[in-house]
Design a protein around this ligand. Structure first.
Ligand code: TEU
Ligand code: CA
Length: 549
């Protein structure tokens, strides 16, 4: 096997898979019911064996945890429930020994209201830090300055009674938005980023980064006029000359914008997380109102990004994260074809062009939480919207159905390590319920099983490292209007990789287009190994395979 790419290669992230850890739910070392950094260190051999090149660590900084750490009170220290700065240094070093980088979550659209900047800013209108945040006078009737809504429900403006002005919070009231127009604020953020980079981290995942150029008076939030100026400045001041990965979370990015963020001469980001393949299945009332899955719509979203970034720019490939439902529940069939659909989804996701991300537990096919009552939920977004819905006379049952499909806690139940009590996640009482199906879906049950979901992920990750056609080859979609088949080809010089997947629970006939016919080596499969793609093929439910020629 080729040596795993690492930070001695500037493009290491093009042939690596990145593993996302949601620390609160990964592994608890001290029985307080909350996952922590020593717990992560204890699982590094598991992650090394999976073959990943880096860990994206959701926030571990000091925080009152109103939004599980996405509300940061001190960017340069660690929340006590997660550990200490010394633990963090140990994690960086222990990961580096295994050629695994640590990518920190950078949450700089907002801080916690407990951050010292905000305490100073709200102390008086004359405070030198006042302008680090976004303040407006009340409307003539004393109400909020405009109708902007928070993503977590309610007005996006909160009144600070002492100083008589409103501050902007696009998320919870405890998450005041920073004012990126202030150059001193920007300099403080870059200094903090360099402080972390100098500690040896491998890069940043940048939370809602497309919001930092907002113009709240004009109700412009995403992709504000100065966004790209800020990102270029940030790159110059922090990332330039270091072989680090920078991935921006951009909910509103279109494929054209993807090139602006990640193109060679942009000097902004390595890549962005785009969400068109997620939001295309949200209804009129948004995520609480899910639409049924439609493969043609799904392929169009993904294929459009593949096409737009074919010669410049770079894609992130992901089907789940800590804000989304579990992939096998959302896109697959967790009931009747659990293993087949989990492996099929992984096959297409990992074999496209870009950098694949694996969200903790995805590699063992973890499923949605299955919560039916509001008191099972912990997520601020879900709880706030529930209250808002009920207060407005909405139907709580309908809301709970939406939350069961798309609520963020689906991804936040504890990692399922074993069949034992609490899934081996904690010896204490977990902060959120463990999914009952840990009795059958867990790491221990899959670790020695060649047919497991886990083994399939290991194979896919290794293939990317050893075959340039996967990391760098062109992407050519086939049968784009077919409602069941997800088929594409990758090509690099004379090497071809043909990827075929039956995205349905029915046996399906596949009439191979003549220009796709090939024979070679079956490098990955979830049903039967196939070395020929030709004629009319009969695919089993959720069958997926790839042939290298
Ligand atoms: O998420 C941004 C975001 O807008 C969505 O996740 C949002 O929470 C919702 O699902 C859309 O309806 C990022 C983080 O990933 C998330 O965990 C944080 O809560 C949020 O930013 C605030 O920092
Ligand atoms: Ca703990």
């Amino acid at each position: 096997m080729t040596r795993k790419p690492y930070r001695d290669d500037p493009d290491w992230w093009k042939s690596s898979a990145i593993y996302q850890i949601y620390p609160r739910s990964f592994c608890d070392s001290n029985a307080d019911g909350i996952g922590d950094i020593p717990g992560i260190i204890s699982k590094l051999d598991y992650l090394a064996d999976l073959g990943i090149g880096a860990i994206w660590l959701s926030p571990v900084y000091t925080s009152p945890m109103e939004d599980n750490g996405y509300d940061i009170a001190d960017y340069r220290d660690i929340a006590p429930e997660f550990g200490t700065l010394a633990d963090m240094d140990r994690l960086i070093a222990a990961a580096a020994q295994r050629r695994i980088g640590i990518v920190m979550d950078l949450v700089v659209n907002h801080t916690s209201s407990d951050h010292e900047w905000f305490a100073e800013a709200r102390s008086s209108r004359e405070s030198p830090k006042r302008d680090y945040y976004i303040w407006r006078d009340p409307a003539p009737d004393g109400g909020p300055p405009n109708t902007l809504r928070s993503y977590f429900g309610g007005s996006a403006w909160a009144l600070d009674e002492a100083t008589g002005q409103y501050y902007l919070h696009l998320f919870a009231p405890g998450q005041p938005d920073l004012n990126w127009e202030n150059p001193d604020l920007r300099a403080e953020i870059y200094a903090m980023m360099n402080w972390w980079l100098d500690r040896g981290i491998a890069g940043f995942r940048m939370d809602v980064i497309d919001l930092i150029g907002k113009e709240p008076d004009r109700q412009i939030l995403n992709n504000g006029p100065r966004l790209h100026d800020y990102l270029k400045e940030m790159h110059r001041e922090t990332l330039a000359g270091r072989n680090v990965l920078a991935v921006g979370e951009t909910w509103e990015a279109t494929p054209e914008m993807g090139v602006l963020f990640s193109g060679r001469s942009s000097n902004e980001l390595s890549m962005v997380f785009q969400f068109q393949h997620v939001t295309c299945f949200w209804g009129e009332a948004g995520k609480w109102d899910p639409k049924p899955f439609d493969l043609v719509v799904f392929k169009k979203a993904l294929n459009d990004w593949q096409r737009a970034l074919a010669s410049d720019g770079w894609n992130s490939l992901f089907i789940s994260n800590h804000d989304l439902p579990r992939a096998v529940s959302r896109y697959g069939d967790a009931t009747d074809h659990w293993r087949e659909s989990a492996t099929a989804l992984a096959t297409v996701n990992h074999l496209m062009r870009g950098t694949p991300y694996v969200y903790q537990g995805e590699e063992i096919g973890m499923t949605n939480a299955g919560f039916t009552a509001i008191d099972q939920y912990r997520d601020v977004e879900t709880l706030n919207h529930y209250e808002e819905t009920v207060a407005a006379g909405g139907d709580p049952k309908a809301f709970l159905a939406g939350a069961a499909a798309n609520g963020r806690d689906n991804a936040r139940t504890p990692m399922q390590w074993t069949a034992a009590k609490n899934a081996g996640f904690t010896a204490g009482v977990p902060w959120i319920e463990v999914n009952a199906n840990h009795a059958t879906i867990n790491v221990e049950a899959q670790i020695g099983d060649e047919k497991s979901v886990l083994a399939h992920y290991r194979t896919l990750i290794a293939l990317r490292q050893s075959h340039k056609v996967i990391s760098l080859g062109d992407y050519i979609p086939f049968l784009e209007d077919d409602p069941r088949l997800f088929v594409f080809e990758r090509r690099l010089d004379d090497t071809r990789l043909v990827v075929v997947c039956n995205f349905s629970g029915e046996p399906t006939e596949f009439a191979v287009p003549p220009d796709l016919e090939t024979s070679g080596e079956c490098v990955v499969f979830n049903h039967t190994p196939r070395d020929r793609v030709a004629g009319t093929m009969h695919l089993a439910p959720w069958e997926a395979f790839a042939v290298l020629a």
